[in-house]
Structure formats: C-alpha cells, structure tokens
Design a protein around this ligand. Sequence first.
Ligand code: SF4
Length: 219
Amino acid sequence: MTPEETTARADALYTRVRGCERCPLSRTRTNAVPGEGPLDSDILFIGEAPGMNEDKQGRPFVGAAGKFLDECLAAAGVSRETTYICNVLKCRPPSNRDPQPEEIAACRDYLDEQIELVSPRMIVTLGRYSMARFFPEHKISSVHGRWKEIDGRFYVPMYHPAAALHQQSLRATILEDFGRLPRVLERARALSTAPEPEPATESAATPTESTGSQPRLLD
Ligand code: SF4
C-alpha cells in the first residue's frame, strides 16, 4: 500500500467512525474520537475510551490524563507528534463508566484496521481494557512495563495514565515504565524481520499465541 493509499483508507475509516451507530454510545456521544497520529509511526498507544474532554474535542487524551500522558512520553523521550494514539472504544461511555463487552466487540473492527494501517513495531496498551486484548491471561499489576514479542512486533502493557490521577502512588511507577520504552523500541527496531502488514481480520490482528513466553522486563 502506498502512503497515499494508507492516508485515504485512514480518512475513510475516520469518517466511518464519526458516523458510526453500531452501538448505543452513538446516542450519547458529542463527538466520536477515532484516534490520531502519523500513520507511519513505530509506536501505537491504545487507551480505553474517550472521556469528557475527548468527547467535546473529538481528540484522544486531551484532558488531565492526556497531560500526564504527555509527561510520560517526555520521560520516554518520545513526542506525541511521532506516535499514533487511539482507544478501544471510539465513543465516550456515559459518566466514564467501564466499556461493556458488546461495545468493545462492536468497535473492534476499527481498532483492527488502525493496527493494520499503522503497522507499528510496538503496541503500548494503556489500562486494563486494551491490555486484555493482547495479555488476556495476565493482571496489569503483574505485567505493567514488561513486554512480549510476537512475529516481530513488541507489545507493552502499561497502567492507564488516569490511574495516577486517582492513585498518586502509581505516578512514579508509570513514569518508570515509560522510561523503559526507548530500550524496548530499540530492540523492536533491531529485529531484522519487520512485521508484515496484517489483513484486517480478527485472527491476524490478534496475537492469540504468545510464543510460550511470559512478558519480560528489560534489564
Ligand atoms: S463506540 Fe465504536 S461501535 Fe460504538 S458507536 Fe462509537 S464508533 Fe461505533
């Protein structure tokens, strides 16, 4: 796919998301929040769902959690402009309640296509709901900041930045985890076999086998 074709597909995807009525969240949202960032980014961050500010602006991570995410990215030496950021759900759940399984299922195709289009070397999950997709057998308290590699792509589960707003003691932990990202990315880039573009199918976009390895902590 040429860069122009990738951009055209992404624009079409964003248009579909903004008009989506697949689940009841379409009736309570102000704006859908498809996601944003360069389509050739090495890193794709996946959060949970838009909050109040994101719903108002139609952009991901623009509220208090977004400010802390910017701080975390700075700790990793990464700028927001060079990363792709999206959420599991593209529309805000009322009162910021937890995403429901049927909403996640309804919205899944959009995330699948974003992963296919960006084809990042590293996927960083922010919070339990995005982590559950790639690390279904783990608890975030035991694997945050670790990584696993599947078919040339690295997966890193992180606490959601909002967790630090509710629990100050997690702030240092999250910053420390982000501080490890450059070395994980360095490893990902060093792999001679870059990930091939994946078709937008459930099986291809979901790493159901973990190559028998547990998520590892970079020394
Ligand atoms: S959350 Fe996803 S599936 Fe539900 S209406 Fe929004 S874009 Fe569509």
